[in-house]
Ligand binder design. Structure first.
Ligand SMILES: Cc1ncc(COP(=O)(O)O)c(C=O)c1O
Length: 418
């Protein structure tokens, strides 16, 4: 869906340079049909396991993206009131929303309960008690799941691993029976679900297998002690190929699900984020200057770490390609592709062999559809950049470039400075 036609990078049938002439640079560009393909491919591969897919909105929470996936049948996994409100605005049925996260506030829990969402995943005893009290005050019974921490190494970057003992997420798996006993004494919660999410950008399936085996064992144990378990939330985390990594095979993933939890007669769900949207996005940026350093060349572009922080935050690798193919054939040289921000951490690529790049060239930073725009900030008072969605031969600006007035609008001079 994102490839070269007649020497120019195109997203579906739209020439990237055409979008540049309308919106300027930098901007994010997403392929609508690639997102649908990812969703449909995943749903098809897991169809024999009869799994519900809840899109982890944190990966890309633009209203159009949430709506596109909701129209395909996806539910949503949210972690904040803001994400929850976005889902309602995008038309997601509240009965298809799961609320996750270690620090849900009373305001968030009230909103979730008032909208009768599918499930709130509880992550601590204090939260369990708070949800019960809030539900009582609203005259409701909250449907909740218990997020457990299986102490499994997801073999991914340390900042995106979430299922190890030292991580803040979930409760120790061995404490699950205590939580179920406690919940059964509370009148305003109904807990019949276990949830697990061990990390993000998983390329190997063995950690899933270990985690799901533990969940299956715990499900059986809880049942043997009289608790009803009717739903298992198997989390997200499926990886994408940022470079030449080989991906986890979806059919093998399906088989693991079926072999570990398939016979438990539970409703099953997963919460993918990156897998659905990551490969569908590129960040288009223009070269402002080239600076030849002593050891390498600095390609200074108009995008920066405030637009895409993955390289800085997670050492994330993104392949960088020229928008106009002519640049591809030239001799390669050692480059850092950097933004204009006053931080040495402001880079998209470090020590990368790249073909000849010139001032004013357009570059595409690939695989930027997940954890890109959602993590953007106004650092250095830089405006949030546009997001563009392409479908076949049409494109739509689904987020405008932020005006300076909007960056500044909530600030006020202190009374004594006026
Ligand atoms: C609870 C939960 N579910 C799902 C996800 C989505 O992960 P991914 O985008 O790797 O699929 C996350 C992200 O870390 C998460 O914390």
């Amino acid at each position: 869906m994102i490839n070269y036609k007649n020497g120019n990078l195109t997203v579906e049938s739209v020439d990237v340079t055409k979008i540049v002439s309308e919106v300027g640079t930098p901007f994010y560009c997403y392929s609508y049909n690639k997102i649908l393909d990812q969703y449909r491919g995943l749903a098809a591969a897991l169809s024999s396991s009869k799994i519900s897919i809840y899109f982890a909105v944190k990966a890309n929470s633009n209203l159009s993206i949430i709506k596109a996936l909701a129209k395909e049948g996806a539910g949503a996994d949210v972690v904040s009131l803001g994400e929850f409100k976005r889902c309602l605005l995008a038309g997601v049925d509240p009965k298809k929303i799961v609320f996750s996260g270690v620090g849900k506030t009373t305001e968030e829990i009230v909103e979730a309960l008032n909208n009768d969402i599918f499930q709130i995943n509880v992550e601590s005893e204090a939260e369990l008690i708070n949800i019960n009290e809030i539900a009582k005050s609203l005259g409701k019974v909250a449907t909740i799941g218990l997020r457990v921490n299986p102490d499994v190494d997801a073999k991914t970057h340390e900042k995106i691993t979430t299922g190890k003992k030292e991580n803040k997420f979930g409760i120790d798996l061995k404490d699950a029976p205590l939580f179920f006993s406690k919940a059964s004494t509370l009148s305003n919660v109904s807990m019949k679900s276990l949830a697990v999410h061990i990390g993000s950008q998983l390329l190997e399936l063995s950690p899933y297998k270990s985690a799901y085996e533990k969940i299956a064992e715990m499900t059986q144990y809880l049942r043997s002690t009289g608790h009803e378990i009717s739903h298992l939330d198997l989390g997200g985390g499926l990886g994408i190929p940022y470079s030449d990594e080989s991906l986890a095979d979806l059919n093998a993933y399906n088989q693991i699900i079926s072999e570990t939890v398939g016979d438990l007669d539970c409703k099953l769900s997963i919460e993918p984020g990156r897998y659905l949207v990551g490969e569908a996005g590129i960040l288009i940026t223009r070269v402002i200057y080239i600076k030849q350093g002593e050891q390498k060349k600095f390609v200074i572009v108009d995008g920066a770490m405030n637009d895409l922080i993955r390289p800085t935050l997670y050492d994330g690798f993104h392949a960088i390609v020229a928008v106009t193919e002519k640049n591809l054939s030239s001799q390669k040289s050692l480059c850092d592709v950097v933004g204009p921000i006053c931080e040495s951490g402001d880079y998209f690529a470090k020590d990368r062999m790249l073909p000849e790049v010139s001032q004013n060239d357009l570059l595409a930073i690939t695989c930027s559809g997940a954890y890109g725009a959602v993590m953007a900030s106004n650092y250095n008072s830089r405006p949030l950049i546009p997001e563009v969605l392409v479908s076949n031969d049409v494109f739509s600006v689904i987020r405008e470039r932020q005006a300076f007035e909007k960056i500044i609008q909530d600030e006020k001079l202190a009374a004594w400075l006026q």
